[in-house]
Design a protein around this ligand. Structure first.
Ligand code: PLP
Length: 396
């Protein structure tokens, strides 16, 4: 079998390195470091130590008994919500920040929209004693004062970006500008399987701990591999983390679930793989949401972590080759899943993760009683409780 990606970071026709000349030096340096230091057994041993004793891995693979009965087959939840800082993001930030330290970097930068990436980066930087600055749009700073304070508690400096729409994409632009002038001392931690090579493969590898653990755990519990793996897709890192270690097991079907927002026939969704077309965004060729002139289309989702107009190139490759199928669930269907899982299992899922749960609820008839399904519960819902109360008109 051909290796994906190839040495140029191509997943079939997707991926690559569409970066300005000024970024080629840091990108090559990172690529060399990742494929030497990052692949060494000492590095892996040290990272595994922190994944275990700092982040709390392995996370449980939990048999959701009542939810299984409701769906009519065997449903297991991979509990990334129980990883430290509340989502799978920590798997990647520990890996990248440790690598940066080994490269002799003294400073970390990252951008933060609204997911958990900023806090997970600040935590890893505090742990490994690197300076940390997080770029965040002014609109997001105002919307998330508690998260801003959390990052500051962890010793990070939060830079409020006042340009453009003052949200995630402007924060990314500022972080890239910083990196161009600071890469000798600084590593830029990207939070998903997006961006130029080597980020998509590196982040996938760091997140693959999810799938490797799942394989062992399901073999122990059921004595066979699952029939379906289901995960939400924003940039695509928790899904690839679960899927990738099963890539060669063709009987294990992959289902990625995007955000249909207010509906796929409206302008208010983030369903890049379901509704987008190939183009270039943030240094990589992949499906993106764009208009006829190639301008990036605004996105919407009830869950901030899925609200992104691009997706990882490996997903685009899986889509075209048929290795995975992609669906999208609406905000309303997701809210329903959020409540149902909370009531049936006593587990409040992140709104992102509730997209994956919702696919099962709306497609119950597809599954047979003997089917085994693993759902990636990418994060905990505590961060979303206030927002759900607001949407549903509950006064707190
Ligand atoms: C960031 C985030 C996501 C979406 O990112 P992926 O890279 O697609 O995994 C999903 N769930 C949670 C809880 C997140 O914080």
């Amino acid at each position: 079998m051909k290796k994906i990606p190839d040495k140029n970071g191509r997943f079939g026709i997707y991926g690559g390195k569409f970066a300005p000349e000024t970024l080629m030096a840091p990108i090559e340096q990172l690529q060399n470091a990742y494929f030497t230091i990052g692949k060494s057994s000492e590095f892996k041993k040290e990272l595994n130590y922190y994944l275990k004793f700092y982040a709390g891995r392995p996370t449980p693979l939990y048999f959701a008994k009542d939810f299984s009965q409701y769906i009519g087959c065997h449903v297991y939840l991979k509990r990334e919500d129980l990883a430290f800082t509340g989502s799978h993001k920590i798997n990647n930030t520990l890996g990248q920040v440790l690598l940066a330290k080994k490269m002799g970097k003294t400073r970390i930068i990252a951008e933060k929209g609204a997911g958990e990436h900023g806090v997970a980066t600040a935590a890893a930087a505090a742990l490994f004693k690197l300076e940390c600055e997080i770029y965040m749009g002014e609109v997001d700073v105002q919307r998330q004062s508690l998260n801003v304070y959390r990052m500051k508690l962890l010793g990070a400096k939060v830079n409020c970006v006042k340009s453009g729409s003052k949200t995630l994409k402007d924060a990314i632009n500022e972080a890239l500008r910083d990196w161009i002038s600071s890469f000798k001392t600084t590593h830029y931690v990207i939070g998903s399987v997006v961006g130029f090579h080597p980020f998509p493969v590196m982040v996938r590898d760091f997140q693959s701990v999810i799938g490797r653990e799942t394989k062992k755990q399901i073999l122990k519990a059921e004595k066979r591999l699952p029939d379906y793996l289901v995960a939400c897709v924003g940039g695509g890192s928790n899904s690839l983390g679960l899927f990738h270690p099963f890539y060669n097991y063709k009987n294990v079907k992959f289902i990625g679930v995007e955000a249909a927002g207010k509906g796929l026939d409206t302008d208010y969704h983030s369903a890049t793989l379901c509704k987008g077309s190939p183009g270039i965004l943030h240094g990589s060729f992949s499906y993106i949401l764009q208009d006829n002139d190639g301008q990036i289309h605004p996105t919407h989702s009830i869950s901030a972590g899925l609200d992104y107009p691009g997706t990882g190139p490996e997903h685009s490759f899986y889509k075209d080759s048929g290795r995975a199928e992609y669906h999208a669930m609406t905000d309303q269907q997701v809210l329903n899943a959020f409540h149902l899982l909370s009531e049936l299992e006593g587990i409040i899922p992140a709104l992102e993760s509730a997209h994956a749960v919702s696919y099962l609820i709306e497609n119950k008839k597809r599954f047979n009683p003997d089917d085994i399904i693993v759902v990636c519960l990418s994060g905990r819902g505590d961060k979303d409780v206030g927002e759900v109360a607001r949407i549903e008109g509950v006064s707190l």
